[in-house]
Design a protein around this ligand. Structure first.
Ligand SMILES: [Zn+2]
Length: 86
């Protein structure tokens, strides 16, 4: 296994979908290739961060256009404390 193959196997390995034989080769590569070990650690922390940012599948949809327009429309007049009007 070379470094290019290694990086292409990382996702499968983390998902536990790598066949046993390839997983052994994968881990052997980690042991002898510090740069790939570092890459794997960074990859794992990136995945972890992504999961923290999106705790569940409930990713909010788009903000309704009507809501945006309502906010923009409400902003200029506000509560009457317009500094240009003494
Ligand atoms: Zn490598």
């Amino acid at each position: 296994m070379n470094c290019r193959e290694f990086t292409s196997f990382i996702a499968d390995w983390l998902d536990g979908e790598l066949p046993v034989g390839q997983a052994q080769v994968f881990q052997a590569h980690i042991a002898m290739c510090p740069p790939c070990e570092m890459y794997l650690l960074q990859y794992q922390s990136t995945v972890e961060l992504a999961r923290l940012c999106q705790p569940e599948d409930a990713v909010p949809g788009e903000v309704p256009e009507a809501l945006i327009q309502a906010i923009l429309a409400a902003r200029p007049t506000g509560d009457g404390s317009d500094p240009t009007q003494p």
